[in-house]
Design a protein around this ligand. Sequence first.
Ligand SMILES: [Mn+2]
Length: 341
Amino acid sequence: MNSERLQDVILHQLQTLGDKDQFTCLIFTHRQADPDALCAAGALKLLLENLTRPPGPKTTIIAPQGASVLGKQVSSALGIEYSEEIKKDAVPEMDLIIVVDTGDPKLLEPFVGYVSESPARKLLIDHHASSSVPEAWKMMSDRIVIPNSTSTCEVITLGFPHEMITKKIADMLLAGLLFDSQHLGIATSSTLEAALTLVNAGSEISASKRILRHEPDRSEVIGRIKAAQRLRYEEAAGKVIARSEISSYHAAVARMLVEIGADVGIAYGETNGEARVSARSSQYFFKDTGIDLASEMKKVSDYFNLVGGGHSTAASLSGKMDASVLADRLVQNLKSSLLKK
Ligand SMILES: [Mn+2]
């Protein structure tokens, strides 16, 4: 993508809206929004205001089924307001719908029908490889998908001229970029280029890292300890796959399992009547074996007709199903992939 293409696409979409005094816009994140999704949405809302003449657009950010723990923490620190709900009859009235950081339309549930049926102009901005498949997002009028980007915030930073990026916008984009690039641990040259743009706009890496620092509360600490008590592991082809059943904090527990040395950590259990499975692997595991957790998770979710996906070293799935059956299937698939290597 050349550096201003995203801005051009948005300007073109705004032109098609005609000479309205004020237009209305919805920005959707994926469900259980993470810092990259919420920061991308918050920054885009401000960029849209700067692209239009007063009174500017009326923009609402919708995080279907709310935000993750860290998503909530980051949005309150940066003043990103979002809503979990939208009335069905409000959606067809919208002029523009933008979906950010969402690798599959099903991750907009329970609102995917609202979005697909709306006559609004629709734009997808994403970095998940699954979004680059042409069939994935037929409902959108335009798509900006850069699978090599480590975050949606990186895509947005590089998609606008530097002068458009104020300190406030940069603070949001840097937090999202740091989160998804694992604090620059998997940064590419364009991640660094984007980070430099944001730092030059007045944002600070140390301040963004502080916003992202997660202090587990007592219930999370107890959850992690319980998960440690229930830990089970298997070995295949010299790799350790650790898993534990827990009713919440799945992402934190999966990460913890990798932190203590497992090659793959899997946390699974039932939350609000729905199974959740979260998996993490080390970067070394991915480099060494080529096993991509996003596609492994998608295999399991497709098999059971559920929703799942993510990135090469971090993926999740959810749906109405016995969580341990899903975890068993994932472990079996991982073992057979490992033994084929
Ligand atoms: Mn992301």
